[in-house]
Ligand binder design. Structure first.
Ligand code: GTP
Ligand code: SPV
Ligand code: MN
Length: 593
């Protein structure tokens, strides 16, 4: 029995608009998943993978024009334009609703409307939030089953309370008798947020963050707006537990832009003996102050929607083990024996594959077998190194926050903020080469403040101010220390100077030491950088000269960076907090003194 009157009324209203053939309320059971997977197989959308190699797992390839987040089609429709800010697309909410009401009218004809009640965060946790997604995509239901806690239990927990309303249609109604395509979508796409109403309308895409509305749309864009009003943080961050050989455990959170290494850092296999790394989350962190004045983080998700290419038993064995069953693979390649493959999975390329477009592929083919944004969907609980506290309703206390991105030059391997304000400044100047996680150019450096450029649901200037205000809510010794890392610095020949992956534990160790107050740094104009002997290189096959380059802070390069930042800051106008303006001035002074 569904008692929530608001929910019943909304489902009826949206069904009257979208005109599905039927409505189905998801209960979240395994049987339900199997039934939907079977229907997807019958439709040619899913291919069941070889049961003896990868039990209960499915392969899928999308429309070639529906492969990633569409940032230029993503909108924050706040009542006032100013509240969307200079980094978001804005349209007046009334106008957008008029436009989209026409699009949604009849958009689900010939399809079923699935009602997915889901919880972001463990059911019952005070930090968790409930959403309901209405969708005409079975693929979305199957992914939401893995990515969130969903179904009957959530409806029970919801009771008569309010929830985040999420409407999704692939925008491809079927005429009577018309055969469905294997990946239905529309050429025209709209990913739209109404933050004041806590409402999401997504039209035209079936892929990832465009369609699994609990993830970026709710847990970042809508939640960041809630968090600002309520004094907490919703961030594009992994959460990881780190235990030293002495048995001391700390938790770190890290914000890197899309496809810049969060999943890898979250489940890193340490190359330093005695160190242990455990995963709490790989993409999103919700952080609130505990009564002790420390920041506590939960992972609102229950699964990984991770980048496949580059993932291997060498780079990230825990990710591969997480997806060895009960997983969905989208836009990878398919092997003749019914398993999956992508660039980087194995050293030698298979003799023959079906590529992500469904075409025959051999190592001689010029194109990639997997799309660069091919993804796996896997349940968190299958990750061999999940932290014992990953579902803790109170979250885990955060000792350090890391920012980072892909920068071939200028930015050292690691440096530490001088204060909370300086750390906020460091977050605001994150810039990174673009990746295939969003449509558009790949490899061009852009500012991606706090790795939140595509995910902040309000004015980025106000977001900066919110971060400054968080620092005033507690004392410095209780707040996390803030760091900036860059695994991607290159030499003049274009080779990575740092091996990355499991070796990143050496940087985490330095950060760990610094949170314990260890004197292992030198003060430079940009912040604290490790002393040469501060980074443990024991047992590492590494040219020691590389470390000089990796830790180098070049005054001229950084003075150019300052110019860049001043220019970038202009877009925020009077919304830029005075503290950040002062931080640029101070940085420039330190560089010139
Ligand atoms: P989203 O899911 O898009 O938010 O991405 P993410 O930040 O979780 O990125 P992920 O960990 O999946 O990494 C993306 C790509 O970066 C993969 O191809 C990795 O192989 C590569 N990568 C991750 N860590 C490192 C590293 O330490 N060094 C180098 N060189 N590459 C890395
Ligand atoms: C990202 O792009 O940061 C992702 C993948 O984590 S998606 O869910 O598609 O946004
Ligand atoms: Mn992400």
């Amino acid at each position: 029995m569904i008692r929530n009157k608001k929910l019943i009324a909304w489902v009826e209203e949206m069904a009257a608009l979208c005109k599905p053939d039927s409505i189905y309320w998801c209960n979240g059971s395994e049987d339900e998943f199997q039934k939907l997977a079977d229907e997807l197989i019958a439709n040619g959308t899913f291919i069941k993978l070889n049961e003896s190699k990868r039990p209960n797992s499915f392969y899928c390839h999308s429309d070639p024009e529906d492969v990633a987040r569409v940032e230029n089609r993503t909108f924050i429709c706040s009542v006032k334009e100013e509240d969307a800010g200079p980094t978001n697309n804005w349209v007046d909410p009334k106008e957008m609703k008029d436009t989209l009401t026409k699009k949604f009218d009849g958009s689900m004809k010939g399809r079923t409307m699935y009602v997915i009640p889901y919880s972001m965060g463990p059911i019952g946790s005070k930090i968790s939030q409930i959403g309901v997604e209405l969708t005409d995509s079975r693929y979305v239901v199957c992914n939401m089953k893995i990515m969130t806690r969903m179904g009957k239990e959530v409806l029970d927990a919801l009771g008569e309370n309010d929830f985040v309303h999420c409407l999704h249609s692939v925008g491809a109604p079927l005429k009577p008798g018309e055969k469905d395509s294997t990946w239905a979508c529309s050429k025209e796409k709209y990913i739209v947020h109404f933050p004041e109403e806590r409402l999401i309308w997504s039209y035209g895409s079936g892929y990832g963050g465009n369609a699994l509305l609990g993830k970026k749309c709710f847990a970042l864009r809508i939640a960041s707006s809630m968090a600002r009003n309520e004094g907490w943080l919703a961030e594009h961050m992994l959460i990881v537990g780190i235990t030293s050989p002495e048995g001391v455990k700390k938790y770190f959170a890290a914000a890197f832009p899309s496809a810049c290494g969060k999943t890898n850092l979250a489940m890193l296999t340490p190359t330093l003996p005695g160190w242990k790394v455990e995963t709490v989350g790989d993409d999103i962190a919700w952080m609130k102050f505990g009564e002790d004045g420390r920041l506590y983080a939960i992972n609102p998700e229950a699964g990984f929607f991770g980048v496949a290419p580059g993932t291997s038993m060498e780079t990230n064995p825990n990710a591969l083990l997480s997806m060895d069953k009960n997983s969905i693979f989208t836009n990878t390649a398919l092997t003749p024996d019914g398993d999956i493959w992508w660039e980087g999975l194995t050293d030698t390329k298979p003799e023959k594959l079906t590529d992500w477009l469904g075409k025959e592929w051999t190592p001689k083919s010029k194109s990639k077998a997997a799309h660069p944004n091919a993804r796996f969907t896997a349940p968190s609980k299958q990750c061999p190194v999940m932290d014992p506290a990953w579902e803790s309703p109170v979250g885990v206390p955060i000792s350090a926050i890391l920012f980072g991105g892909r920068r071939a030059k200028v930015v050292p391997l690691v440096y530490e903020a001088l204060s909370w304000e300086h750390g906020t400044f460091m977050g605001s100047i994150v810039s990174s080469e673009t990746t295939a996680a969003a449509t558009g150019d790949v490899g061009t450096v852009r500012h991606d403040p706090f790795a939140m450029l595509p995910f902040c649901g309000y004015n980025m200037g106000d977001y900066f101010a919110h971060w400054i205000s968080i620092g005033k809510k507690s004392s410095l010794n209780k707040l996390p220390k803030i760091f900036y890392v860059n695994w991607f610095r290159k030499d003049n020949e274009g080779n990575f100077l740092w091996p990355g992956y499991g070796e990143n534990i050496r940087v985490l160790k330095w950060i760990f030491d610094r949170t314990e107050g260890k004197d292992s740094s030198v003060k430079t104009p940009i912040g604290f950088v490790p002393k040469k002997e501060g980074i443990d290189l024991d047992g590492m096959n590494f040219r020691k000269e590389n470390l000089d380059q990796l830790l180098n802070v070049d005054r001229d390069e950084w003075l150019r960076e300052v110019k860049n930042i001043r220019n970038y800051y202009k877009i925020f106008g009077n919304k830029l907090p005075a503290e950040l303006r002062s931080e640029v001035d101070q940085l420039e002074q330190r560089l010139n003194s």
